[in-house]
Design a protein around this ligand. Sequence first.
Ligand code: GLV
Ligand code: GLV
Length: 327
Amino acid sequence: SKPKILVARSVFPETIARLEAHFEVESNQDDQTWSKPQLIQKLHGKQGAFTTGSERIDAEVLAACPELKICANMAVGYNNFDVDEMTARGVLATNAPDVLTETTADFGFALLMATARRITESEHFLRAGKWQKWSYDMFAGSDIHGATLGIIGMGRIGQGIARRGAHGFGMKVIYHNRSRLDAQLEAECKASYVGKEELLKTADHVVLVVPYSPASHHTIGAAELALMKPTATLVNIARGGIVDDAALAAALREKRLSAAGLDVFEGEPKVHPALLEVPNVVLTPHIASATIPTRRAMAELAADNLVGFLVHGKPVTPLNPAVLGGK
Ligand code: GLV
Ligand code: GLV
Protein backbone atom coordinates (compact mmCIF):
# COMPACT_ATOMS: atom_id res chain seq x y z
CA SER A 1 0.00 0.00 0.00
CA LYS A 2 1.00 3.62 -0.52
CA PRO A 3 2.82 5.50 2.23
CA LYS A 4 0.61 7.86 4.22
CA ILE A 5 1.42 11.56 4.32
CA LEU A 6 -0.06 14.68 5.87
CA VAL A 7 -0.13 18.01 4.02
CA ALA A 8 -0.43 20.32 7.00
CA ARG A 9 -1.52 23.51 5.23
CA SER A 10 -3.48 24.43 2.15
CA VAL A 11 -1.40 24.29 -1.04
CA PHE A 12 -1.81 24.24 -4.85
CA PRO A 13 -4.39 21.59 -5.90
CA GLU A 14 -1.86 20.43 -8.53
CA THR A 15 0.61 19.64 -5.75
CA ILE A 16 -2.00 17.60 -3.89
CA ALA A 17 -2.88 15.73 -7.10
CA ARG A 18 0.75 14.92 -7.73
CA LEU A 19 1.24 13.68 -4.16
CA GLU A 20 -1.91 11.56 -4.45
CA ALA A 21 -0.29 9.61 -7.29
CA HIS A 22 2.27 8.31 -4.81
CA PHE A 23 0.73 8.57 -1.36
CA GLU A 24 -2.39 8.22 0.67
CA VAL A 25 -2.79 11.93 1.39
CA GLU A 26 -4.59 13.64 4.22
CA SER A 27 -4.63 17.35 3.40
CA ASN A 28 -5.82 20.54 5.01
CA GLN A 29 -7.18 22.35 1.97
CA ASP A 30 -9.58 24.40 4.09
CA ASP A 31 -6.46 25.60 5.92
CA GLN A 32 -7.59 25.04 9.48
CA THR A 33 -5.27 26.20 12.22
CA TRP A 34 -4.32 23.20 14.33
CA SER A 35 -3.24 23.20 17.95
CA LYS A 36 -0.27 20.99 18.77
CA PRO A 37 -2.52 18.12 19.98
CA GLN A 38 -4.50 18.39 16.74
CA LEU A 39 -1.29 18.34 14.67
CA ILE A 40 -0.13 15.26 16.58
CA GLN A 41 -3.47 13.57 16.03
CA LYS A 42 -3.34 14.24 12.26
CA LEU A 43 0.32 13.28 11.95
CA HIS A 44 0.03 10.06 13.94
CA GLY A 45 0.52 7.03 11.70
CA LYS A 46 1.87 9.08 8.78
CA GLN A 47 5.28 8.42 7.25
CA GLY A 48 5.67 11.87 5.72
CA ALA A 49 4.65 15.47 6.37
CA PHE A 50 4.45 18.43 4.00
CA THR A 51 4.93 21.40 6.32
CA THR A 52 5.29 25.16 6.16
CA GLY A 53 6.99 27.44 8.65
CA SER A 54 3.88 27.36 10.85
CA GLU A 55 4.09 23.73 12.05
CA ARG A 56 6.49 23.20 14.91
CA ILE A 57 8.09 19.73 14.69
CA ASP A 58 9.66 19.21 18.10
CA ALA A 59 10.47 16.39 20.52
CA GLU A 60 6.88 16.11 21.73
CA VAL A 61 5.47 15.78 18.21
CA LEU A 62 8.20 13.34 17.16
CA ALA A 63 7.73 11.17 20.24
CA ALA A 64 3.99 10.93 19.51
CA CYS A 65 4.52 10.05 15.82
CA PRO A 66 7.05 7.20 15.73
CA GLU A 67 6.18 6.21 12.15
CA LEU A 68 7.23 9.58 10.77
CA LYS A 69 10.23 9.37 8.41
CA ILE A 70 10.36 12.78 6.72
CA CYS A 71 9.17 16.36 7.13
CA ALA A 72 9.47 18.43 3.95
CA ASN A 73 9.26 22.17 4.61
CA MET A 74 7.90 24.45 1.91
CA ALA A 75 10.28 27.20 3.09
CA VAL A 76 14.01 27.85 3.00
CA GLY A 77 14.00 28.63 6.73
CA TYR A 78 13.45 25.66 9.01
CA ASN A 79 13.53 27.01 12.54
CA ASN A 80 10.14 25.32 13.00
CA PHE A 81 12.07 22.02 12.99
CA ASP A 82 14.08 20.69 15.91
CA VAL A 83 16.62 19.20 13.51
CA ASP A 84 18.80 17.66 16.25
CA GLU A 85 15.81 15.83 17.66
CA MET A 86 14.74 14.75 14.18
CA THR A 87 18.22 13.39 13.50
CA ALA A 88 18.28 11.58 16.84
CA ARG A 89 15.00 9.88 15.90
CA GLY A 90 16.03 9.14 12.31
CA VAL A 91 13.53 11.58 10.79
CA LEU A 92 14.70 13.33 7.64
CA ALA A 93 14.25 17.11 7.40
CA THR A 94 14.22 18.91 4.04
CA ASN A 95 13.76 22.59 3.15
CA ALA A 96 13.16 24.53 -0.07
CA PRO A 97 16.29 26.53 -0.89
CA ASP A 98 17.42 28.14 -4.16
CA VAL A 99 14.05 28.27 -5.94
CA LEU A 100 13.03 31.37 -3.95
CA THR A 101 16.37 33.21 -3.92
CA GLU A 102 15.83 35.82 -6.64
CA THR A 103 12.16 36.41 -5.82
CA THR A 104 13.05 37.00 -2.16
CA ALA A 105 15.97 39.26 -3.07
CA ASP A 106 13.60 41.29 -5.28
CA PHE A 107 11.29 41.72 -2.31
CA GLY A 108 14.11 42.65 0.06
CA PHE A 109 15.10 45.37 -2.35
CA ALA A 110 11.51 46.52 -2.81
CA LEU A 111 11.08 46.75 0.95
CA LEU A 112 14.32 48.71 1.23
CA MET A 113 13.12 51.17 -1.41
CA ALA A 114 9.63 51.48 0.10
CA THR A 115 11.23 52.14 3.47
CA ALA A 116 13.88 54.64 2.38
CA ARG A 117 11.48 56.54 0.10
CA ARG A 118 8.51 56.41 2.49
CA ILE A 119 6.21 54.90 -0.10
CA THR A 120 3.56 53.36 2.13
CA GLU A 121 3.63 56.19 4.66
CA SER A 122 2.98 58.73 1.92
CA GLU A 123 0.26 56.57 0.38
CA HIS A 124 -1.56 56.40 3.71
CA PHE A 125 -1.37 60.20 3.87
CA LEU A 126 -2.82 60.52 0.39
CA ARG A 127 -5.59 57.96 0.96
CA ALA A 128 -6.53 59.69 4.20
CA GLY A 129 -7.30 62.84 2.18
CA LYS A 130 -4.51 64.82 3.84
CA TRP A 131 -2.77 65.93 0.63
CA GLN A 132 -3.78 69.59 0.34
CA LYS A 133 -0.64 71.03 -1.24
CA TRP A 134 2.87 70.11 -2.31
CA SER A 135 5.79 71.22 -0.19
CA TYR A 136 9.55 71.09 -0.70
CA ASP A 137 10.31 68.52 2.01
CA MET A 138 7.12 66.51 1.94
CA PHE A 139 7.98 62.86 2.63
CA ALA A 140 11.64 63.49 1.86
CA GLY A 141 13.40 60.20 2.39
CA SER A 142 16.92 58.92 1.90
CA ASP A 143 18.73 57.90 -1.25
CA ILE A 144 19.36 54.33 -2.28
CA HIS A 145 21.78 54.98 -5.15
CA GLY A 146 25.30 55.61 -4.00
CA ALA A 147 24.47 54.80 -0.37
CA THR A 148 26.21 52.17 1.75
CA LEU A 149 24.24 48.93 1.95
CA GLY A 150 25.03 46.70 4.92
CA ILE A 151 23.88 43.09 4.63
CA ILE A 152 23.85 40.82 7.67
CA GLY A 153 23.60 37.21 6.49
CA MET A 154 25.31 36.68 3.16
CA GLY A 155 23.65 33.45 1.98
CA ARG A 156 22.19 33.20 -1.49
CA ILE A 157 19.45 35.76 -0.77
CA GLY A 158 21.91 38.21 0.78
CA GLN A 159 24.14 37.85 -2.27
CA GLY A 160 21.14 38.54 -4.53
CA ILE A 161 20.44 41.76 -2.65
CA ALA A 162 24.12 42.72 -2.82
CA ARG A 163 24.14 42.25 -6.60
CA ARG A 164 21.03 44.36 -7.01
CA GLY A 165 22.50 47.12 -4.85
CA ALA A 166 25.99 47.12 -6.33
CA HIS A 167 25.19 46.57 -10.00
CA GLY A 168 21.78 48.20 -10.27
CA PHE A 169 22.07 51.14 -7.89
CA GLY A 170 25.77 51.85 -7.55
CA MET A 171 25.68 51.16 -3.82
CA LYS A 172 28.73 50.47 -1.75
CA VAL A 173 28.06 47.02 -0.29
CA ILE A 174 29.44 45.76 3.01
CA TYR A 175 28.40 42.53 4.66
CA HIS A 176 28.75 40.50 7.79
CA ASN A 177 28.33 36.74 7.94
CA ARG A 178 29.48 33.83 10.07
CA SER A 179 32.00 33.00 7.36
CA ARG A 180 33.53 35.13 4.66
CA LEU A 181 32.56 34.56 1.02
CA ASP A 182 35.32 33.37 -1.28
CA ALA A 183 37.10 36.06 -3.26
CA GLN A 184 35.25 35.34 -6.49
CA LEU A 185 31.81 35.68 -4.89
CA GLU A 186 32.88 38.84 -3.08
CA ALA A 187 33.99 40.28 -6.42
CA GLU A 188 30.74 39.26 -8.15
CA CYS A 189 28.71 40.88 -5.38
CA LYS A 190 31.14 43.82 -5.13
CA ALA A 191 30.86 43.30 -1.38
CA SER A 192 33.42 43.83 1.39
CA TYR A 193 33.47 41.84 4.59
CA VAL A 194 33.32 43.88 7.81
CA GLY A 195 32.66 43.24 11.50
CA LYS A 196 29.08 43.57 12.70
CA GLU A 197 29.82 46.70 14.72
CA GLU A 198 31.51 48.47 11.79
CA LEU A 199 28.61 47.50 9.54
CA LEU A 200 26.05 48.93 11.93
CA LYS A 201 28.03 52.14 12.40
CA THR A 202 28.65 52.83 8.71
CA ALA A 203 25.70 51.47 6.70
CA ASP A 204 22.98 53.81 5.45
CA HIS A 205 20.68 50.84 4.93
CA VAL A 206 20.93 47.58 6.84
CA VAL A 207 19.22 44.44 5.49
CA LEU A 208 18.89 41.29 7.62
CA VAL A 209 18.90 37.91 5.89
CA VAL A 210 20.26 35.57 8.57
CA PRO A 211 18.56 32.27 9.41
CA TYR A 212 16.96 32.20 12.86
CA SER A 213 18.60 30.15 15.58
CA PRO A 214 19.08 30.71 19.30
CA ALA A 215 22.47 32.22 18.38
CA SER A 216 20.91 34.79 16.03
CA HIS A 217 18.07 35.71 18.43
CA HIS A 218 17.98 39.52 18.72
CA THR A 219 20.91 40.02 16.35
CA ILE A 220 19.51 43.58 16.41
CA GLY A 221 18.53 44.76 19.88
CA ALA A 222 18.76 48.07 21.73
CA ALA A 223 22.59 48.03 21.81
CA GLU A 224 22.89 47.39 18.07
CA LEU A 225 20.24 49.99 17.23
CA ALA A 226 22.26 52.50 19.26
CA LEU A 227 25.25 51.92 16.97
CA MET A 228 23.29 52.74 13.81
CA LYS A 229 23.19 56.21 12.27
CA PRO A 230 19.99 58.10 13.14
CA THR A 231 19.52 58.58 9.39
CA ALA A 232 19.78 54.84 8.68
CA THR A 233 17.07 52.37 7.73
CA LEU A 234 16.69 48.73 8.76
CA VAL A 235 15.00 45.96 6.77
CA ASN A 236 14.17 42.50 8.17
CA ILE A 237 13.21 39.79 5.68
CA ALA A 238 14.85 37.03 7.75
CA ARG A 239 12.72 35.82 10.65
CA GLY A 240 10.86 37.25 13.56
CA GLY A 241 13.12 37.21 16.60
CA ILE A 242 16.20 38.35 14.66
CA VAL A 243 15.14 41.87 15.71
CA ASP A 244 13.95 42.92 19.15
CA ASP A 245 10.70 44.45 17.87
CA ALA A 246 9.99 46.41 21.07
CA ALA A 247 13.46 48.00 21.01
CA LEU A 248 13.04 48.79 17.31
CA ALA A 249 9.65 50.43 17.85
CA ALA A 250 11.18 52.61 20.59
CA ALA A 251 14.09 53.63 18.33
CA LEU A 252 11.69 54.50 15.49
CA ARG A 253 9.40 56.47 17.80
CA GLU A 254 12.31 58.47 19.18
CA LYS A 255 13.80 58.96 15.67
CA ARG A 256 17.04 57.27 16.72
CA LEU A 257 16.56 55.38 13.47
CA SER A 258 14.97 56.94 10.42
CA ALA A 259 12.79 54.06 9.21
CA ALA A 260 12.36 50.31 9.06
CA GLY A 261 10.80 47.74 6.73
CA LEU A 262 9.62 44.47 8.26
CA ASP A 263 8.27 41.36 6.56
CA VAL A 264 8.66 39.14 9.65
CA PHE A 265 7.78 39.64 13.31
CA GLU A 266 8.31 38.18 16.74
CA GLY A 267 5.21 36.09 17.45
CA GLU A 268 3.69 36.63 13.98
CA PRO A 269 0.98 36.82 12.79
CA LYS A 270 0.73 39.07 15.85
CA VAL A 271 2.61 42.35 15.38
CA HIS A 272 4.00 44.30 18.34
CA PRO A 273 1.39 47.03 18.99
CA ALA A 274 4.12 49.68 19.32
CA LEU A 275 5.15 49.02 15.71
CA LEU A 276 1.60 49.65 14.54
CA GLU A 277 1.73 53.06 16.19
CA VAL A 278 4.86 54.44 14.52
CA PRO A 279 4.49 55.89 11.02
CA ASN A 280 8.06 55.33 9.84
CA VAL A 281 7.84 51.58 9.37
CA VAL A 282 6.69 49.57 6.36
CA LEU A 283 4.92 46.38 7.47
CA THR A 284 4.20 43.37 5.24
CA PRO A 285 2.78 39.95 6.21
CA HIS A 286 5.71 37.57 5.53
CA ILE A 287 5.39 37.65 1.73
CA ALA A 288 9.00 37.94 0.54
CA SER A 289 8.83 34.72 -1.50
CA ALA A 290 5.24 35.26 -2.62
CA THR A 291 5.03 35.14 -6.39
CA ILE A 292 2.96 32.36 -7.92
CA PRO A 293 5.83 30.83 -9.93
CA THR A 294 8.11 30.80 -6.89
CA ARG A 295 5.49 29.46 -4.52
CA ARG A 296 4.78 26.73 -7.09
CA ALA A 297 8.48 25.91 -7.28
CA MET A 298 8.69 25.75 -3.47
CA ALA A 299 5.68 23.43 -3.27
CA GLU A 300 7.11 21.26 -6.08
CA LEU A 301 10.45 21.01 -4.29
CA ALA A 302 8.78 19.94 -1.04
CA ALA A 303 6.81 17.33 -3.05
CA ASP A 304 10.03 16.26 -4.84
CA ASN A 305 11.57 15.63 -1.45
CA LEU A 306 8.64 13.52 -0.25
CA VAL A 307 8.48 11.46 -3.45
CA GLY A 308 12.26 11.34 -3.77
CA PHE A 309 12.74 10.01 -0.27
CA LEU A 310 9.66 7.87 0.46
CA VAL A 311 9.45 6.36 -3.05
CA HIS A 312 13.06 6.33 -4.30
CA GLY A 313 15.13 6.76 -1.14
CA LYS A 314 16.71 9.95 -2.52
CA PRO A 315 15.60 13.34 -1.20
CA VAL A 316 16.63 16.46 -3.15
CA THR A 317 17.53 18.93 -0.40
CA PRO A 318 18.14 17.04 2.86
CA LEU A 319 19.11 19.07 5.94
CA ASN A 320 20.27 16.13 8.04
CA PRO A 321 21.70 13.66 5.52
CA ALA A 322 23.20 11.67 8.39
CA VAL A 323 19.74 10.12 8.68
CA LEU A 324 20.12 8.62 5.19
CA GLY A 325 23.32 6.79 6.02
CA GLY A 326 21.90 5.41 9.23
CA LYS A 327 18.93 3.58 7.71
C1 GLV B 1 10.11 31.93 4.26
O1 GLV B 1 10.17 32.65 5.22
C2 GLV B 1 11.00 30.84 4.02
O2 GLV B 1 11.77 30.50 4.92
O3 GLV B 1 10.94 30.30 2.92
C1 GLV C 1 19.13 31.09 2.98
O1 GLV C 1 19.21 31.23 4.13
C2 GLV C 1 19.55 31.85 1.86
O2 GLV C 1 19.98 32.99 2.02
O3 GLV C 1 19.41 31.25 0.77
